[in-house]
Design a protein around this ligand. Structure first.
Ligand code: ZN
Length: 260
């Protein structure tokens, strides 16, 4: 089965390649969806979709509100209608008028599933795991080819702000001042990871297990190690080495106590 799947697996690439994250995005928060969008800096931590989005407890309204306060509303797609509809169609997301919390969760789940598709196509997740972890209302892709289709349609839709396109503004407005939404920035970061062929590992800290491509918590912010790294963060590396040391000590003491 797996050989048949891999034989039909599409080669995934991003054209034209790395695209720098813009400086800011529209960051309104859920309780104030009607308010004037506040702009936020695009400096999202690396692996944002694999970590912050994947780890968010969507059953907790307060956790979602906290995420929205910190990063903005993930449920806003401000692309042209046809583009936003394409994204909604892939994951069976309700139309824009749905309640903001529900909308946030549906888009968050879509971003997670997009990320899982990439992880599956990358070989960091099996297709059985993809099916088991799949969260969207739309059915999980049944083959690698279908997974590739969903990845392409979904990503292309939310990456629209970064493609060359004509913007029509009301008379008197200066064109070209639109800002991407959070979901587009998160997906651009994912697209850049695809471009770089990022590889993912599970954190070797036995109480963590976080998937990651870059270790966090280096001395300087923005510095990441990508190769030969077993732990998702410096803290996890420390925690596991302390645990190992305690175990070694205990084993040594037990060996001393044991009758010769
Ligand atoms: Zn970890």
């Amino acid at each position: 089965m797996s050989t048949e799947k891999s034989a039909r697996q599409p080669a995934i690439g991003i054209w034209p390649g790395l695209v720098p994250l813009p400086e800011s995005y529209v960051g309104r928060t859920i309780p104030h969806v009607e308010g004037t969008p506040a702009l936020r800096s695009c400096r999202l931590p690396e692996d944002f979709s694999v970590r912050e989005v994947m780890n968010l407890d969507l059953t907790s309204k307060s956790a979602v509100a906290e995420f929205a306060r910190q990063w903005g509303d993930l449920g806003v797609l401000n692309d042209p209608d046809n583009v936003a509809r394409a994204f909604e169609a892939v994951f069976w997301i309700d139309s824009l008028d749905s309640e903001p919390f529900r909308r946030f969760c549906q888009v968050a789940v879509a971003v997670r599933d997009l990320t899982r598709i990439w992880l599956a196509l990358r070989g960091s997740l099996s297709f059985d795991e993809l099916a088991a972890q799949w969260e969207s209302l739309a059915p999980a892709p049944a083959s690698a080819a279908e997974a590739g289709d969903k990845l392409a349609i979904g990503l292309n839709a939310v990456l629209h702000p970064f493609q060359v396109h004509v913007v029509l503004e009301p008379e008197g407005e200066r064109p070209g001042t639109e800002h991407p939404t959070l979901v587009s920035v998160v997906c651009l970061q994912l697209a850049n990871a695809i471009t770089e062929g990022a590889s993912y590992a599970r954190c070797a800290n036995e109480t963590c297990g976080q998937l990651f491509s870059r270790q966090r918590g280096r001395a300087k912010a923005g510095q990441y190690r990508t190769s030969g790294v077993a732990y998702c963060s410096r803290n996890c590396a420390l925690a596991q080495s302390q645990r190992d040391r305690r175990r070694r000590k205990r084993a040594e003491r037990a060996a001393k106590r044991a009758p010769q």
